[in-house]
Design a protein around this ligand. Structure first.
Ligand SMILES: [Zn+2]
Length: 350
């Protein structure tokens, strides 16, 4: 068990699950002695509205948890969002409820295609303006490993998940990357963290350029196992890189509720050993990955300080009245099944 202060900045509850979802990360936090966790909306198994509501209840009952909410894209493609539910309005509502930041999955190739292949759409741009102005933390998943665009190199598990982009209907890797950088060009002070190292472990120079240009830009260290294979291959380079940019790198695991316990503990151990020690550990390619041996203050940056500096030293409280109003306003976006789960929670807790 770790004795260090660690915040897992990137977790999900992507479905209701079988057991009580409110306690789903309790054991995980205890096993690793975590200081705090941040749970993010991810609309893969339900709507963002439903996921936001799950997170709201989670935080109401576990007030030491950070949460990042998602914007419900009421109209797809996103040209005609009704003005009382456009992205800035929803953003304001989430902030009033007590969300600590915003999570966007709109740059993952499958979602990117669904929203009309444009991360710089005017209705999203309005959202970035407000987020930049408020200094709110925005965590975005954009792109995927570049091999997912290549039939020969795409791994079996990605093919099975439907995450291969070779049929010509998806934007190319480079295009999604370009649109993401444009967000920073247009909003140079935005507090933006790109998940999974921006899938740039093979082109770290790009990250270095972006770190130099944009003072509030970070990447998180959630696997992508391919990242850790690159870290191992270019160990000396990355040792310097982690030393130099420890104030731009954020620890997280990307575990989801219902994730296999053995796998989640293995992953936690690989990443924390690499960042927090100089010991070796068996990595994603079954080869040995050596820990970076960083000084304590740099490990602290990655394990919790960068996150706290961007999101806050304490999670915000839930405003029950605003939360209840949100549920009523967006109940049209919920399935009958979801409403069946949510109604008793409203009656009991709000
Ligand atoms: Zn994630």
């Amino acid at each position: 068990m770790s004795t260090r202060k660690i915040i897992d900045s990137h977790l999900h509850i992507s479905k209701w699950g079988e057991k009580d979802f409110i306690s789903c990360f309790d054991e995980y936090c205890q096993r690793h002695n975590l200081h705090a966790i941040n749970i993010c909306a991810i609309p893969l198994n339900q709507t963002n509205v439903c996921n936001n509501i799950i997170l709201g209840f989670y935080k109401l009952l576990r007030p030491d948890t950070y949460i990042h909410g998602g914007i419900e894209l009421i109209k797809i493609p996103i040209d005609n969002m009704p003005s009382n539910m456009d992205a800035p309005t929803q953003y304001k509502e989430l902030m009033e409820i007590g969300f600590d930041g915003i999570k966007m999955l709109e740059g993952k190739p499958t979602e990117h295609k669904r929203i009309g292949k444009n991360l710089n759409h005017p209705s999203l741009n309005k959202l970035y303006i407000e987020i930049e102005r408020d200094g709110t933390h925005l965590l975005m998943h954009v792109n995927d490993p570049d091999e997912f665009w290549d039939v020969e190199r795409a791994p079996d598990w990605a093919v099975k998940a439907g995450w291969t982009y070779t049929d010509g209907t998806y934007a190319p890797y480079e295009e999604i990357q370009r649109q993401t950088i444009k967000i920073m060009e247009d909003h140079p002070n935005i507090s933006l963290t790109l998940a999974h190292f921006f899938f740039c472990s093979k082109e770290p120079k790009l990250l270095e350029d972006l770190f130099e240009k944009y003072p509030n830009f970070c990447v998180d260290l959630t696997a992508g196992g391919e990242m850790y294979v690159e870290f191992e291959r270019n160990y000396d380079f990355y040792k310097d890189f982690f030393n130099k940019y420890s104030n731009r790198l954020i620890f997280g695991t990307d575990h989801s509720y219902m994730c296999d316990e053995k796998y989640s503990d293995w992953l936690f151990n690989v990443v924390t050993t690499f960042i927090g020690t100089d010991k070796t550990v068996k990595s994603f390619d079954d080869k040995m990955l050596k820990g970076l041996g960083l000084p304590k203050e740099k490990v602290d940056n990655i394990f919790f300080k960068n996150f706290e500096n961007r999101v806050g030293k304490e999670p915000k409280p839930i405003n029950k009245k605003k939360f209840k109003e949100y549920i009523e306003k967006y109940s049209f976006a919920l399935s009958k099944d979801d409403l069946g789960k949510i109604t008793p929670l409203v009656e009991k807790y709000l």
